[in-house]
Each structure stands twice: as structure tokens, then as C-alpha cells.
Ligand binder design. Structure first.
Ligand code: PLP
Length: 408
């Protein structure tokens, strides 16, 4: 059954999702606890041979069978994610976001096929194309995610799948996904989108014309920097196909991790709203600084991608980048090392703020970095993930770090 329940708002759905009485209760006392407990299980027991034989039949989420097919903790999380994605028939849980992207692509292509990837996808996604898929006789080519007019010409008769990401990793371009996805459909291919940044709350990807919506749950669904996981959601037809490959690859996530992700999911909406609002304040502040050449935050009016974001998204998050004005590597290092409230580390979407230096040039092949129109001297980037700290404290921290950058 495909989810198109729009009668309740996302906050209500986040509170209710996955809490079926048979998953939260004990026999005879359904709904006895609020959250589905951690059902830690490899073996599922049958009462008789007849029950064992019957158990092998359905094998969908919700049917007890064997630990690799999950148990109520994982089913509850998958059901909750499906409930958030209008148009989804089901959700598969992978042990990381990268595993989700690789698993989805492997399910949809065969030797001889051609895959298109937006030039701004997460760098490990590129490596799936140039490494894993190439090993299986699938060729991958990259396209400019802002060149809608040239997109149709990128297809060959063998093009089966197109991977998008919006906004793009590090450089934050916002392609017009509904327009791109319509071309993918016309060409008879399947569109996948890495929707980690916005989640379905900020970008209901299937409703916007994509066929497969992927997220790294490690980021703001987990939300507390303590769990790795990925998800793939799709409508009825593709979900079955994706699930077959998923089962053949033997993918499963632990119930402990699923419980953590489910806990994070309950507060996703409030955390996203808060971190997006703080990010916007910081982006505005940075845009007025003399040390900054450009702020790459599509939620900021006037920034690159703002118009497309405002037209096609319903929300954002706390992740954005900015480019320093003509400073050198040593200056950027002084700036980042001087920050107190921003941890230096990969990943994002946690309750705590993070920073990393970014140099996208090496991960681009169909576009150039810095982009046309920017002074080539302005090329060193910084990516911020804004957490739940008070924005005034974060501004003060950035201010202090700029002073340190200029002092030495
Ligand atoms: C982090 C990230 C991933 C990969 O997720 P993992 O859970 O770390 O494997 C995929 N896409 C985007 C956009 C990411 O930021």
C-alpha cells in the first residue's frame, strides 16, 4: 500500500509512526510501552512445522521469519520513514548511507547499462560509479546539475538510472529537480535522489518526480552523532525490485541502531527547524563579512540556488558552506583551529556544530571549481554544520576565529 496520507501534519506523523500495538505491547497487553523495544533476534521461533511453513510465505516487513529480515524495531523505523515520504510503498534500511546508494544502484542496473550522476554528488557516490559499477560493466558519466537545457543530450540508449543530490555536497547547487526528473521519465530511465540534506520534510522527493529517495540516516535523522545508517524509499513497483537485491546482498541493520534512529526521528522536525533558522542567521552574518567571498547557502535570499530552493523545497537544514575571500591555506587553518564551538570532523546533522575545510575541485569533472564568474583567488571553502547551540554564541565563535585568522 502506497503512503499518501496527507491528512496529518509531519509532526503528528513523526510522533505516531511505527508504534503499532503489536510492536509496543506484550501479548495480551497491546500498546503497553510507548516505543517499540529493542527486539534483538537472529532466530524467530515457530510453534509447529505448519507455522514454520506458513512463515516462509509473506516475508514482508511485519512477518516474523528470521533475523536477517528484521524484527519489530527495524520494521517500526522503516514504517515511520515510509510514512514521511508521500508516494512511498516501503523503505529499506542499510548499515550506512553509502551502502544505501550502492545497494539501490546495484538493484537497478545491469552490465552494459549507462548511469548518469550529477557532478555535485557526494564524493563516495562518484566512486560507486567509477569503481563498483564499472567493475560490473556499467559506465557512469557526470553531468552539470545546473544545465537543464543540455541534460537530454547526456542520455544514451543504454541510460537506465540518474543519481541526483540537492543541494549538492560541498558546493550546494540546487538543480530544478522536478524539471530534471521529468526528462528522466521521458527517457525511460529511473531517477534516484540523495535526499539527505532536506529529508522528506523539506523535499518530498517522490512527489517531486523522483523514483527512489535515499538518505544517510547517519546525519539528522540519527541526529546525535552516534549511529550509522541509510535508507531507500520507493513506490510499489520499484520497491519490490530494490528489496530483492537488498535481500540478496544480505543487508540488515541492528535493532539497537534502529532504536537510536527511531528516537532521533521523533524530534527531526523541531531539530531541522531550529538548525535551519540558526544556519540562516549565520549565513546572513557571514555574507556581510569582508573575509567571505560567497556564502553557499540556498536558504539565504540572493545566494546561489535560492530561487529554486524557495520554489521546490518546503524546508532546509543547518548545513552550508562559504568561500573565503582570497585567503591562503594557512589562514583557513588558523580560522578553523581557532573555533571553539565547532568540532572538526566529518558528517553533519547532529545536535552539535561541526566544521571542515572543503576543496571541491578534485571531486568535479563536468563542471569547474571555482565556478565561472568567481575570482579564482577565492577558492578555499569552509563547510559548517549548525547544531542546536544558541546562534549568538556561534556568531561570537566565528567572529573570534576571523580575528585569529587575520592576527597571525
Ligand atoms: C554522509 C553522506 C552520505 C553517506 O552517508 P554515510 O551514512 O556516512 O555512509 C551520503 N550522502 C550525503 C549527501 C552525505 O552527506
Amino acid at each position: 500500500m502506497t503512503n499518501d496520507d496527507k491528512t496529518k501534519g509531519p509532526g503528528t506523523r513523526l510522533a505516531e509512526a511505527g508504534r503499532r500495538p503489536e510492536w509496543t505491547g506484550t501479548p495480551g497487553a497491546p500498546g503497553a510501552v510507548v516505543n517499540p523495544p529493542v527486539w534483538r533476534a537472529s532466530t524467530h521461533l515457530y510453534s509447529s512445522i505448519a507455522a514454520l511453513k506458513a512463515g516462509g510465505k509473506g516475508q514482508q516487513d511485519g512477518d516474523f521469519y528470521y533475523g536477517r529480515r528484521g524484527a519489530p524495531t527495524q520494521w517500526a523505523l522503516a514504517e515511520a520513514l515510509t510514512g514521511l515520504e508521500p508516494g512511498a510503498a516501503g523503505t529499506l534500511l542499510y548499515p550506512s548511507g553509502v551502502a544505501a546508494i550502492a545497494g539501490a544502484l546495484l538493484a537497478l542496473v545491469k552490465p552494459g547499462d549507462h548511469v548518469l550522476m550529477a557532478d555535485n554528488v557526494y564524493e563516495p557516490s562518484r566512486h560507486i560509479g567509477t569503481g563498483l559499477l564499472a567493475q560490473f560493466g556499467v559506465t557512469t558519466e557526470f553531468f552539470d546539475p545546473l544545465d537543464l537545457a543540455g541534460f537530454a543530450d547526456c542520455f544514451t540508449p543504454a541510460t537506465r538510472a540518474v543519481l541526483f543530490e540537492t543541494p549538492g555536497s560541498l558546493t550546494m547547487e540546487v538543480p530544478d529537480i522536478p524539471a530534471f526528473a521529468a526528462i528522466v521519465r521521458e527517457k525511460g530511465a529511473v531517477s534516484l535522489i540523495d535526499n539527505t540534506w532536506a529529508s522528506p520534510l523539506g523535499f518530498p522527493a517522490l512527489e517531486r518526480g523522483c523514483d527512489v529517495a535515499i538518505m544517510s540516516l547517519t546525519k539528522h535523522v540519527g541526529g546525535h552523532s552516534d549511529v550509522m545508517m541509510g535508507s531507500v524509499s520507493a513506490g510499489e513497483e520499484l520497491y519490490g525490485k530494490l528489496r530483492r537485491t537488498y535481500l540478496q546482498l544480505g543487508q540488515v541493520v541492528s535493532p539497537d541502531d534502529a532504536a537510536l534512529a527511531l528516537r532521533g526521528l521523533r524530534t527531526l522536525q523541531v531539530r531541522l527547524e531550529r538548525s535551519a533558522a540558526s544556519a540562516l542567521k549565520l549565513a546572513e552574518w557571514l555574507a556581510a563579512r569582508p573575509e567571505v567571498a560567497r556564502v553557499l547557502c540556498p536558504m539565504l535570499p540572493g545566494a546561489p540556488g535560492y530561487e529554486t530552493w524557495a520554489r521546490t523545497f518546503t524546508g532546509g537544514c543547518g548545513l552550508f558552506s562559504f568561500i573565503l575571500k582570497g585567503r591562503d591555506e594557512a589562514a583557513r587553518t588558523r580560522f578553523i583551529d581557532a573555533l571553539d564551538l565547532f568540532g572538526i570532523g566529518f558528517s553533519w546533522g547532529g545536535y552539535e556544530s561541526l566544521v571542515i575545510p572543503v576543496d571541491p575541485a578534485g571531486a568535479r569533472s563536468a563542471t569547474s571549481w571555482p565556478p565561472a564568474g568567481m575570482d579564482p583567488a577565492d577558492r578555499l571553502g569552509v563547510r559548517l554544520s549548525i547544531g542546536l547551540e544558541d546562534p549568538a554564541d556561534l556568531v561570537a565563535d566565528l567572529d573570534r576565529a576571523f580575528a585569529r585568522m587575520e592576527a597571525d
